[in-house]
Design a binder for this molecule. Structure first.
Ligand code: UDP
Length: 481
């Protein structure tokens, strides 16, 4: 090791192997390296293949960044060979086994961190790696947690967990106020995650024990890196930092660290660089196209896909719709919408699409990354939450930022076959409201644009997120040996 390399702050990133966790963490690792740290990303080879060319490009541009590989314990955890990402699991049992694999990764990761020549000053680990605190403790370095969501949903979650207002209502439909928040946020039991509803009854919900360990380790960690920016949710950033274990740095929106077209197009999947999509959008008028995508994990049954198709077609608007590779759409529908609608099968270059001036609306499942990418692009949204903390996120967009219109999803569920089908008419109505140019829609569009401008300012030099990231790096230098 030359003396220059030895002096750099050396940070090891361990992202949870799921797109919604990996994508922002790669952005963060790259930004640390751009700002002069030495970033090492620990992952498995099939996950690395989604971003290794990007890392190579950064290295050629002078960043000190690399990937260290560990073997994913598929067999040991009861997973089929090659199932190395949460998005490849198809049943609850597989997801549980995936979490087992996450636990089993401790040994190879710890070994790697202790290898001669590796001198980590800090570990930034995804929240699911509840063992990372112990590993950091042994190395006498801090462990930072990357949880992947924002301040508002974290505040809602903490209040529900601590105050249990959902246990005091008479039915699943009855709305109640989430106690102690800066705003009056109302929610019903139908909209909150199972593991919160099931409380301490771990036997009923196998995920609850895993979640408990994750929360414990998150609270005990050195602090949290949050993909958000202060100006979007100032009251919640303050509220959260006042809670027990609330040390946090807001450094986002991290998608904005991707400045070049190549970075934007290849983010998440290097093979997705979609030239056709760009030129298709180039031929459309500003703000005329609706972009529809439900993230990396969600999948819909065919009847729901048909209703979406109906809603989009009847709305008369132009659209880009990202569907899963095997989605069954009506061939006649595809023929009828040719030229007006673009269907992307598989991975869509989301940030590139949202940034295009032709895109004037976003139908989103409210996954935190998607939500923030929509905000950063200054685009108003139609909110369609499904599971995870997405119903909380919908409240932020629709009621606090006031930049979104709910499609009318009412029930949290992971089971796609149990999900209430949202009718084409409801989708058409929401699209007409969002894209129709009425006064309220215009106000929403202006607000969305303002938040987009604030987001861009936050990550610029001297912006709130830039300052927070640099102050975190300064603090970490205290641990540098
Ligand atoms: N994404 C993408 N193309 C797709 C689907 C998803 O680029 O076709 C990206 C999206 O930009 C976001 C991430 O995958 O960064 C999904 O994370 P999110 O938190 O929105 O939802 P999740 O997939 O975790 O449900």
């Amino acid at each position: 090791m030359d003396s220059e390399t030895r002096q750099l702050l050396s940070i090891y990133f361990i992202p949870v192997m799921a797109p919604g966790h990996m994508i922002p963490m790669i952005d963060i690792a790259r930004q640390f390296a751009r700002l002069g740290a030495k970033s090492t990303i620990i992952t498995t080879s099939s996950n690395a293949s989604q971003f290794s060319q990007t890392i190579e490009r950064d290295r050629r541009n002078g960043s000190q960044i690399s990937i260290s590989l560990v073997k994913f314990p598929c067999r040991e955890a009861g997973l089929p060979d090659g199932c190395e990402n949460l998005s490849s699991t198809t049943t609850l049992e597989m997801s549980m086994n995936f979490m087992k694999a996450i636990d089993l990764l401790r040994e190879p990761v710890e070994k790697l961190l202790h290898e001669k020549g590796n001198r980590p000053d800090c570990i930034v680990a995804g929240a699911f790696f509840s063992w990372a605190n112990d590993v950091a403790l042994r190395l006498n370095i801090p462990r930072l947690t990357f949880y992947g969501t924002g301040f508002f949903p974290m505040c809602v979650y903490r209040s529900l967990r601590d105050n249990k207002p959902h246990e005091k209502v008479g039915s699943d439909f009855e709305e109640f106020v989430v106690p102690g928040l800066p705003d009056e946020v109302r929610i019903s039991r139908r909209q909150i995650p199972d593991q919160l509803k099931d409380g301490d009854n771990y036997n009923n919900n196998p995920m609850a024990e895993f979640v408990r360990k994750v929360l414990e380790s998150e609270l005990a960690s050195y602090g949290k890196i949050v993909n958000s920016f202060y100006e979007m949710e100032p009251a919640y950033a303050e509220h959260y930092k006042g809670l027990d274990g609330g040390r946090a740095w807001h450094i986002g929106p991290v998608s904005l660290f991707n400045k070049s077209d190549e970075d934007k197009a290849c983010r998440g999947k290097e093979s997705s660089c979609n030239e056709y999509c760009s030129s298709w959008l180039d031929s459309k008028k500003p703000n005329s196209v609706l972009y529809v995508c439900f993230g990396s994990m969600a999948f819909f049954q065919t009847p729901q896909l048909h209703e979406i198709a109906k809603g989009l077609e009847n709305s008369g608007r132009e659209f880009v719709w990202a569907v899963k590779e095997n989605a069954q759409l009506d061939e006649e529908f595809e023929a009828r919408i040719e030229g007006r609608g673009l269907i992307i099968r598989g991975w869509a270059p989301q940030v590139q699409i949202l940034d295009h001036e032709a895109v004037g609306g976003f139908v989103t499942h409210c996954g935190w990354n998607s939500l923030l990418e929509g905000v950063a692009a200054g685009v108003p949204m139609i909110t369609w939450p499904l599971s995870a903390e997405q119903f909380f996120n919908e409240k932020l967009v629709a009621e606090i930022l006031k930049t979104g219109i709910p499609v009318g999803a009412r029930e949290w569920t992971k089971r796609t076959d149990e999900r209430e089908v949202i009718k084409g008419e409801s989708i058409e109505r929401a699209v007409a409201q969002l894209m129709g140019g009425e006064e309220e829609a215009e106000r929403m569009r202006i607000r969305a644009r303002e938040f987009g401008d604030l987001a861009k300012m936050a990550v610029q030099e001297g912006g709130s997120s830039d300052i927070d990231l640099k102050s975190l790096m300064e603090e970490l230098r205290m641990f540098h040996r």
